[in-house]
Write a protein that binds this ligand. Structure first.
Ligand code: HEC
Length: 192
């Protein structure tokens, strides 16, 4: 009797053991649900991918061979310029001039290029408002490719619609002013 009971229990145990491996089968089902959120996120990424080439492709394409790891114009703006000129590019009244609709940004590319490399001091009129401050030079913390990228970015953002600036153009201006240390003045920029 006992033996039979034991044997029956063992059989039951064995049956339980045997049935367990069969249970994990449903597990893969929840996995199927996961790809859904990823698929939802995809369109957002696609939008970013579409927007990027339109703005920065020309400068980055040229910059790529020499400086493949240069930050994009958007990145440089967000890490450097934004502190003063603000996220919307409009600066702060009385302190930092606007880059939106500013002739200093969208006009002759040599002027904003010089301003970014060596800075700017003294009076400057931007969109009818006169500022008399100082912009610190950014040339030592930014590569020529990064300056080209950020200038291309500000010249084509917030409704600005000026040509891209290339790394070669920035390099030429940096080289021509290699001996310079002081920030530019408006008088100097206008004289050239
Ligand atoms: C520390 C603050 C500061 C930072 C950072 C800064 N700027 Fe400026 N920027 C100024 C100030 C102040 C002026 C006006 C200087 C004057 O009054 O002579 C100015 C002027 C300018 C001008 C000419 C005036 C205008 O509004 O069009 C341009 C172009 C410009 N900055 C671009 C940039 C870009 C691009 C960057 C990032 C690479 C940058 N600035 C980073 C403070 C800053």
């Amino acid at each position: 009797m006992f033996r039979n009971i034991l044997a029956a229990s063992l059989l039951t145990l064995a049956a339980c053991d045997g049935s367990e491996p069969a249970q994990p089968a449903p597990a893969p089902e929840p996995v199927k649900e996961e790809p859904a959120p990823a698929a939802e996120a995809a369109p957002a990424e696609a939008e970013v991918a579409e927007a990027a080439p339109a703005e920065a492709a020309p400068a980055e394409a040229e910059a790529a061979p020499a400086e493949a790891n240069a930050r994009t114009g958007e990145q440089v703006y967000a890490q450097v310029c934004i502190a003063c000129h603000q996220a919307n590019g409009e600066g702060l009244p009385g302190a930092f001039p606007s880059l939106v609709g500013s002739d200093w940004v969208t006009g002759d590319y040599t002027r904003p290029t010089k301003i970014v490399i060596h800075g700017l001091q003294g009076e400057i009129e931007v969109k009818g408002t006169t500022y008399n401050s100082i912009m610190t030079p950014q040339g030592s913390i930014l590569s020529d490719a990064e300056i080209a990228n950020v200038l291309t970015h500000v010249r084509s953002s917030w409704g600005n619609a000026a040509d891209a600036v290339t790394t070669e153009q920035v390099t030429a201006i940096r080289t021509a002013n290699a001996d310079r240390t002081a920030p530019w003045t408006v008088a100097e920029l206008n004289a050239q």
